[in-house]
Design a binder for this molecule. Sequence first.
Ligand code: FAD
Length: 485
Amino acid sequence: MDKKVSVIGSGFSSLSASCYLAKMGFEVSVYEKNHTVGGRARQLMKEGFTFDIGPSWYWMPDIFDKFFADFGKKTSDYYALDKLSPAYRIFFSDDIITIGDSMDKICTEFERIEEGSSKHLRKFIADAQENYDIAINKVVLRPGLSPFELVTKETVLKVDQFFKSISGQVRKKFKNPKLISTLEFPVLFLGAKPSKTPSFYSFMNFADFGLGTWHPRGGMYEVIKAMHSLALELGVIFHTDSAVEKIRVTKGKAIGIIVDGKSIDSDFVLTGADYHHSETLLDKQYRQYSEAFWSKKTFAPSSLLFYVGFDKKLENVEHHNLFFDTDFELHAEEIYDKPQWPSDPLFYVNFPSITDATMAPDGCETGFFLIPIAPGLEDTPELRKQYFDLLLARFQERTGQEVENNIIFKESFCVNDFVEEYNSYKGNAYGMANTLLQTAFLRPKLQSKKVKNLFFTGQLTVPGPGVPPALISGKLVSELIAKAN
Ligand SMILES: Cc1cc2nc3c(=O)[nH]c(=O)nc-3n(C[C@H](O)[C@H](O)[C@H](O)COP(=O)(O)OP(=O)(O)OC[C@H]3O[C@@H](n4cnc5c(N)ncnc54)[C@H](O)[C@@H]3O)c2cc1C
């Protein structure tokens, strides 16, 4: 079997699919518009500082292990992993919560905030673990072709959890607003408000407290490098600086792509670029979803990001830090309900150089700042500056230190860059949210309904946003391509 597959994009999902397809015997060529592979997970290196441009939380290590095991490999064949201790720190206006690297430590912290809460927490996480086993080992491994995929003997017993929100579940057992925010944080990775996210997704809480937060030494880009190396070992051919201009279709069947005006023939086309953009590469009659369809969907937020080099070591911060010292509800409303620049945003900061000396020059700190914002907002240099000043002032106040004069450089990334660099719909950062009506078979499909031999993968399709789902998406689509062959 040496049929050809043209793969558009080289993000996690495309890399995953390329590895599986090459292992099955397909001749795989990847076309990436940017200069380096990795998509949203690329790397910025500047003046001795190393930044992950996108993802920084390595959660669900079992999924990475399974991916490499499918090729007879281990993650340690490619990168070293450290479990972070503490996992992260949350700054509130009147307190700091530190999330340790074990349930015992986390329970002690919960008890400090709310007496008796650790008993509820242990039960909540035990239920979340059950959901994790069902979701990750069964439901998520299905390609989203039919509603019946969600029906297993385990999910039938938990059907109510698909209709109740995680927010409601958390509030039943925990009263302290700081604990509520802490337990609602993990589902933010799914891209929607906790009040719109089914409580079945509490499996993210098990990923957080049960499995822990890990760091690939050198940063998340080490995982991209590992998958790229594996793909090369398997014979995948990469073309960077190669923006695909068109998906060629004849008589309802994909027959290749056009890159730089040149036609490339292949038996299958698989696109891991944003789904909306991928469909614009097709003539109108071959698109499955209208502009109206996309505009009604709940997208994960976009982000305003800053990559900052500091000329000193910082104090009172950990590797991962969440600043939840303002109104969570108001910020969520300004992302989802009345899209606008946030009046008083929550934000996230990481300093990987705190635990990993390779990521900054000696005596320096690598800082990554992120404010989630609504996709499609106006993005100007003035707004970026205004929000950086606001971030820095809050950061200095909460952590009790002056850092303003210790900045060697800062780079920013926002809506316009997401559109320009990744052809992202409205500049979304991490795809289409996992809400009840945007789960599994209700998401845009892995296989085109209109064009034979055309397939899609990535964070806008099944199973959803995030690095672990991207790995799974690549596996699922490769199995569908093998079936269609
Ligand atoms: C700021 C940020 C923080 C995040 N944090 C985390 C985190 O901590 N943990 C986590 O698990 N997830 C996180 N995520 C989400 C995670 O990074 C994504 O879900 C995942 O990387 C998406 O992979 P993908 O393959 O679907 O898409 P992408 O990475 O976007 O890959 C698509 C590729 O297609 C290319 N492309 C687009 N158009 C064309 C074209 N016409 N021709 C050729 N190539 C094209 C793009 O350049 C890109 O390389 C974060 C995302 C962002 C942006």
